[in-house]
Design a protein around this ligand. Structure first.
Ligand SMILES: [Zn+2]
Length: 290
């Protein structure tokens, strides 16, 4: 890393002198690095301009999810959800990030009951009374990416599924409590995993969250099964998703061989997931996508 003098302009592009911008943060990061911790690269720390871009993109993402919330219900096909997401995102000047991502054929992921994630919308899939469904929306606007998802209970859902959806939501809140500068991603993971386990559930290991903002999926990979005090140090201006997949049974998953996308629980018990994009700020976190 280039060695900056106190009075040089900061590397982040703020135009401020290094000593009044990132110098103290860099020194602190270095201190943790010397102790053997994983620390973020400079390119994981977003500039105020980038954060504002992600914030604007997130507003579209949230507006689309709000619209889904109004139209979803028994008898609605997941294709209709896909159409709403595509139409509304493009009308607002955005691009649905999933569309054509690695060949994904649709604009949104719709994952019902035992589908953990990456369910593909289809006119053949009609939501019915008692289903729980995750709708995962991701938006590109002006080059900035945002990403969030919600669970929806369709009609009258049994108590078991209702609890799974509620606990998955609580996991987000407990994880958020751990998001602050100089904590570790593992602090958040353990809070989430402990709550899931206390309710008899498991957390998916093989798929996690991610940095987001300038790309759909950026470093770091964010696990929700690691231990307190481990994984990457949280530093102001890091942007990442919190999106643990909570399974009623085993944490083992299987990918559909025919479509190459749909992820199921191995035991076909239900799974639930909520997702937010957060930015680490000086006194904790800001949720960009609620
Ligand atoms: Zn700076």
């Amino acid at each position: 890393m280039e060695k900056l003098g106190r009075n040089d302009k900061c590397w982040c592009g703020s135009g401020k002198k290094y000593k009044s911008c990132h110098m103290a943060i860099d020194d602190k990061i270095h201190y943790y690095e010397l102790q053997g911790h994983i620390v973020p690269d400079r390119d994981m720390l977003k500039t105020p301009e980038q954060i504002e871009g992600i914030r604007v993109s997130s507003k579209i993402n949230v507006a689309v999810l709000d619209a889904v919330e109004k139209m979803i219900g028994p008898g609605v096909s997941t294709e209709e959800i896909d159409k709403l997401v595509y139409d509304m995102t493009t009308e607002m000047g955005g691009i649905p990030a999933p569309l054509n991502y690695d060949g994904f054929p649709k604009s949104v992921c719709t994952s019902i009951n035992e589908v953990v994630c990456h369910g593909i919308p289809s006119s053949d899939v009609i939501l019915k009374d008692g289903d729980i469904v995750n709708v995962d929306v991701s938006t590109i606007y002006n080059g900035y990416f945002s990403d969030s998802s919600r669970m929806f209970c369709i009609g009258k859902v049994d108590a078991e599924k209702e609890k799974l959806v509620r606990v998955a939501r609580e996991c987000i809140d407990l994880g958020l409590e751990q998001v602050k500068p100089w904590n570790f991603l593992g602090d958040m993971a353990q809070a989430i995993n402990d709550h899931a386990k206390a309710n008899g559930y498991s957390v998916v290991v093989d798929i996690g969250g991610h940095g987001v903002g300038l790309e759909f999926h950026e470093e770091p990979f964010v696990s929700y099964v690691t231990k307190k005090g481990t994984e990457m140090l949280m530093v102001p201006s890091m942007v990442f998703t919190i999106e643990p997949m909570i399974n009623a049974g085993t944490c083992e998953i299987e990918i559909d061989e025919a479509d190459g996308w749909t992820v199921y629980t191995a035991d076909r018990k239900p799974s639930a997931q909520w997702e937010v994009t957060v930015v680490v700020i000086d006194d904790g976190y800001e949720i960009l996508t609620w």
